[in-house]
Design a protein around this ligand. Structure first.
Ligand code: PLP
Ligand code: COI
Length: 339
């Protein structure tokens, strides 16, 4: 891919050569199939289309300086996809099938892995959905599992630079006992109101508060929230947020760097007290936040006053990326080299 502008790649879809597919029929998974088509042929009464029986994952393959391809904590994504499947009564994808599918898809599309040093990576999107026909509201009997990949640059156009976030209170992404803790499509449909409202007002993403009291911070669009003060890394604990693998990794790194780590309810009243705040996830890695705007009260919280990400966020971001790209030893045993 000589003519690819890797450094200016957005977070978007780029056609690659192959994807892999597998069907669950008669209570068992079949063989993995390789396809070069971007299309799928499914029944018009498939449960994914009517009742949202769908879950997905998002992870990245990184190219090292040594030319080796690295996966980051893929087992965590495999497990989360199983929790998502359980949550909406779909067939689970066994861990070995999940691994075989992602490794195969990455290796078949090797030429699309962004070179080391460009900051870009190959985004892996595993997808599981009810493909069997039903008209009553009940789980399908047949499922389809697909993995495709696409090379991506930064999720926020700012890259590792401060983004602006807007607090949206007139819509909820997930309910306390709903499906916010798993990665199912319905959550993202429900988030589009907030996303669109925030973007229209000139902000990068919405911040969602807890659905019950609108007092505690849940998530930032498709990323977890964190705040830093007094040498402590603080991130919300809530039943309606997605347990982020990036956040879990950052907590381990922060602890290793000598910070205290707290996972607890975080009230918006605390926003004034943080030295640094940010959003984290596979797509964004870390997006430092420069401004949080409360769309209802008009109040603005400002960070990164010199226009630059804070020192703690920067140190954590660098360390995580160095591990992911293989520039520093894999002390936590998070990396698997696949080629
Ligand atoms: N929160 C939501 C709602 C997400 O969609 C994601 C992305 O998967 C995250 C947080 C970050 O999770 P992870 O770090 O596992 O990508
Ligand atoms: C993430 O990787 O953090 C995401 O949420 C990806 C998004 C495109 C769903």
């Amino acid at each position: 891919m000589e003519n690819f502008d890797w450094k200016n790649l957005p977070f978007g879809y780029v056609k690659t050569n192959y994807n892999v597919r597998c069907y669950f029929r008669n209570d068992k998974w079949g063989e993995l199939e390789v396809s070069s088509s971007e299309k799928i042929d499914i029944h018009m009464a498939a449960t994914c289309l009517h009742y949202g029986q769908e879950a997905f994952e998002g992870m990245k393959a990184y190219m090292g300086k040594d030319g080796k391809i690295r996966l980051f904590r893929w087992q965590e994504n495999a497990k989360r996809m199983q929790r998502s499947a359980d949550g909406i009564f779909m067939a689970r994808v066994p861990e070995d099938l999940f691994k075989e599918a992602i490794v195969k898809t990455v290796l078949l599309n090797k030429e699309f892995i962004p070179p080391h040093g460009t900051g870009a990576a190959l985004y892996i999107r595993p997808l599981l959905f009810g493909s069997g026909a039903q008209i009553g509201v009940k789980p399908a009997k047949e499922y389809m599992f697909i993995v495709f990949v696409t090379p991506v640059g930064p999720y926020f156009k700012e890259g590792f630079n401060p983004v602006k976030i807007a607090i949206v209170k007139d819509s909820d992404r997930a309910a306390p006992l709903g499906t916010g803790h798993i990665k199912v499509g319905g959550n993202y449909a429900a988030s589009l109101y907030g996303v669109t409202k925030a973007v229209k007002a000139g902000y990068g993403s919405p911040m969602y508060l807890d659905a019950k009291e609108k007092r505690y911070i849940d998530e930032i669009g498709a990323a977890n929230f964190f705040g830093i003060k007094n040498n402590t890394y603080i991130t919300p604990k809530s039943s309606s947020i997605l347990p982020s693998i990036t956040n879990k990794s950052i907590m381990a790194i922060a602890e290793d760097m000598g910070f205290k780590v707290e996972q607890r309810p975080v009230s918006i009243d605390e926003l004034d007290t943080f030295e640094e705040v940010g959003a984290c996830g596979t797509a964004a890695i870390i997006a430092p936040i420069g401004e949080i705007y409360d769309m209802d009260t008009g109040k603005k919280y400002n960070y990164c006053k010199n226009g630059k990400p804070g020192p703690v966020s920067t140190a954590i971001y660098n360390r995580l990326q160095e591990i992911q790209f293989g520039d520093e030893p894999d002390k936590f045993n998070w990396i698997e080299i696949i080629g």
